[in-house]
Every structure is written in C-alpha cells, then in structure tokens.
Design a protein around this ligand. Structure first.
Ligand code: SF4
Ligand code: SF4
Length: 432
C-alpha cells in the first residue's frame, strides 16, 4: 500500500512540476513576466519540498489525501442561474453598427435618412465624429509605425473584397463530407486555430447592407444555408499590450489571416462545383458570432465577446457561406456565463465602463467605440484580461463545470496575471 501511495505521490508531484515549468515557459515567451516568475518560484518551492521530504511518510499520505479532497470539491456543480440573453431571432441591421454609422458622410442622403429614423443616436455620433479617430495622430496612444502597419492590414482587407466570390465550376463533385474534411485539414495546415461548420438561416444574415460591397441600405438575401467558420489566433503577447497600439496591429493582421483563408476555402468549394462566398472583415453579410455559436466553436462571455475554451476571446473570424450541404457541428456549445458571473474581470478592467458589472447585458457599444476613437486603438482590454485566454488548460473545463474550479481559476488568474493587469510592454522594435 505504502509503495503504491509513494508511486502515486511521485506521479502527482511530477505532473505538477512539469505543468508549472510549461506554464512558466509559455508566459515568459509571451512577456507575462509576473506569471512566469511566480510559476518558477512555485516550481522551486514544490521541487524543494519534494526533495527534502521524498521518503517521508507525511508526503506519501498527505499528497494523495489532498488530491482526493480537491477532486471531491470539484464535484460541486457551478450555479447556472445567471443566463445571457442573446437576441438571435431578430435580424440585425448592419446600418446600426457603430462602424457603419461612423462611415456616413454628414449631409449625404444616407446620413439624413439614417438619423431621421434614429434621432436618438445623433448626439452620441456627433461627439464620436469629433474625436481623433482610430490610429489618428491626435489620439492618446498614437504610434506612427504601428498606425501605418494597422492601416496596411486594413488596406489589404479592402483590396481583398473583390476576391470574396467568383465563378463556380460546372462539374459538381460529390461527397460534401469528404470535401469538408479536406477543408478542415487544409485550414489547419494554413494555420487556422478554429474550424467549424453550421447550418444557417436568415437570422444569421444581416438584414440590410451597412458597409462593404452592395448598395448601402439594400436588403441582404440569405443566399446560402451552410457555413464554415475559420478563426485566427491573436498572439497573447500582443493582446496583452491592450489598450496600446501593438494590440490593434495584431487585430488587423489576424483579420487578414482569416480573410485570406476564407477566400481560399471559398475558391476551393467553387472549384468543386458549389456556390461559395467569403465573408471577411468590413464585408460581412452574416453576423459572425451567431454563426460561430451555431458552429459550436464556443459561446458568448460577459463582455459579449465570443469565447472559445482554448483561446478565450483571442480569435478573429471569417466565414464562408455555401450551398454545399456540409455536415453541421453537433453537440452543445460551452456556456461561459456561470464562470463569468464569478469572474467579471472584463467589466472591472474596462476603461470606458462599457461592460455592466452587475448582469450579463448587451455592452454599451457606443461608449466603447467612443473610447476607441479617443485613444486611437480598438482597446481590447476585455480580451487581454480574460482568464479563458490564458493557458490554464484543463482548469478551464473544471471552471465551467464546478463552483470550486471556477473560484480556483479566478483566484489563480488574479494571482498570476493581476486583478487589474498593467499593459504589457513589447520589445523595442515595436514600441507602444
Ligand atoms: S473576463 Fe471573465 S467575465 Fe469577462 S468574458 Fe472573460 S471569463 Fe467572462
Ligand atoms: S468593452 Fe470596449 S472599452 Fe471596454 S475593455 Fe472592451 S474594448 Fe475596451
């Protein structure tokens, strides 16, 4: 018995030591020095105790006993009383989103038409128009080179609009399932971090054009009934700099990445004889988070951002819609809100107080966008601080299921990354 307990203790201690080492290295690599050092310190401490008491009966009995107690406490389920209401039944009008409103030229017919229908938005939007703007010279976090790099990504995205659709091959190849499996592997090979499939309907499409191709204000038909969602990971070292300018460089870059992948995948599908169109940043005709949710890739967080279990909110998405009957994802997407109601780190850290700390409400998108236009970046603090975006591995699954797991993850995340983390400083080549 003692020998078995001894072996079990060795195994558990080594698992913890290796996990601490990997955690420390990951954090060092991305510039989270506080988390890296703390993990290293714990590693040395745990390793030291293990060496000192290696043959002691105290260790042989206490480690498995502690693990058993922790395991039992994880069996207490998390409360699922708090729910987020996602309006997925009414079609969203793209003209209402802040980006579309901000593009309207004062005095134009579209401007007059929009604000006649929405007089309640006039004052707010006037104030936003008077702010310096994204990547603008007078903005608080302006950095000339980073602004130029961001501009380059969005210039490329604008140029890619002509490539989102194209001719369809007259020869139709069978087996959408085989084609989908190929596309899944191809996306991974090209570097996509997420790939999902969904059956969609009109509620996943915007109702009217607000930006991108097509006549402003024209109705958007729900042409295709199937969708592929492709995600590109934003590197944590860059998102950690939020709300400073390297964050927005990364955002632009990852929009380009997933746009290129979606364009290629749509072209492959058309070559197989099916109609397909890529939806990329600035030219979405579908509401991407709703489609991603339907594809069971993840779910909505307190910040209204779309989260995945592996990357949290650190992902940018594009979509391919098609008439190819792809098999839709099965299962239930993860529910983050029970953990969020314990965490609320995004609400606490939001510099513009756009996220309601009391209930999982719609965020105040106008206030958030106003902040972006005054600092000149797209902020992203709610992305940077989210524990789901940190490398907590299986602890995240525990936090979504059990009350103890949720409190443990929140406590660890606060200890390692800080309750109100400072923006990371990147190496000098990029500056902030
Ligand atoms: S920071 Fe916390 S509360 Fe906000 S979305 Fe992430 S997990 Fe949820
Ligand atoms: S909601 Fe807007 S202002 Fe608040 S943290 Fe997120 S991006 Fe920043």
């Amino acid at each position: 018995m003692e020998m078995i307990l001894g072996l079990l203790t060795d195994l558990l201690v080594w698992v913890v030591l290796i996990a601490l080492l990997l955690f420390s290295v990951w954090n060092y690599r991305y510039g989270f020095l506080r988390a890296s050092r703390l993990a290293l310190l714990l590693l040395l401490l745990a390793g030291g105790i293990y060496i000192l008491f290696h043959n002691s009966m105290i260790l042989v009995y206490s480690v498995p006993a502690a693990c058993l107690m922790i395991f039992l406490s994880f069996l207490v389920p998390i409360s699922r009383k708090t729910k987020m209401i996602v309006d997925s039944d009414t079609r969203h009008d793209e003209r209402d989103i802040t980006f579309a409103r901000h593009r309207l030229k004062p005095g134009s017919a579209d401007y007059k038409d929009y604000y006649e229908r929405h007089p309640e938005k006039v004052e707010n939007d006037k104030k936003t128009r008077n702010l310096p703007g994204l990547c603008a010279e007078r903005s608080s976090f302006f950095n000339r080179l980073n602004a130029a790099a961001t501009g380059a990504s969005f210039f490329l995205l604008g140029s890619l609009r002509n490539a989102v659709d194209g001719p369809v091959s007259e020869i139709k190849h069978a087996s959408p399932e085989a084609i989908t499996n190929f596309l899944r592997a191809l996306s991974k090979h090209y570097g996509a971090c997420c790939f999902g499939t969904a059956k969609i309907n009109s509620k996943h499409y915007y109702s009217h054009v607000g930006r991108g191709e097509g006549q402003y204000g024209s109705e958007i038909p729900a042409v295709h009934s199937y969708a592929i969602v492709i995600g590109s990971e934003m590197k944590p070292g860059f998102t950690g700099t939020a709300p400073l300018s390297p964050e927005v460089v990364e955002v632009g870059r990852r929009y380009v990445d997933c746009a290129v992948r979606a364009i290629e995948i749509a072209a492959v599908v058309r070559s197989m004889g099916y109609s397909a169109k890529a939806h990329i940043d600035g030219n979405y005709k579908v509401v991407v988070p709703l489609v991603a949710n339907e594809a069971k890739i993840g779910g909505f967080g307190w910040s209204n951002l779309f989260l995945t279990k592996k990357y949290g909110p650190r992902v940018r998405y594009s979509v391919v819609t098609t008439d190819m009957e792809i098999p839709a994802a099965e299962g239930i997407p993860p529910d983050f809100i029970p953990f969020c109601s314990i965490c609320r780190k995004c609400a606490v850290n939001c510099p513009s107080r756009s996220i309601n700390p009391k209930k999982p409400d719609k965020i105040n998108a106008d206030r958030c966008y106003m902040y972006w236009n005054s600092v000149g970046t797209d902020c992203g603090k709610c992305i940077a601080v989210c524990p789901m975006g940190h490398p907590w591995g299986p602890l995240k699954s525990l936090a979504l299921r059990s009350a103890t797991g949720a409190h443990l993850l929140k406590t660890l995340d606060d200890a390692f990354y800080g309750k109100k983390p400072e923006s990371l400083k990147l190496s000098s080549w990029m500056g902030n």
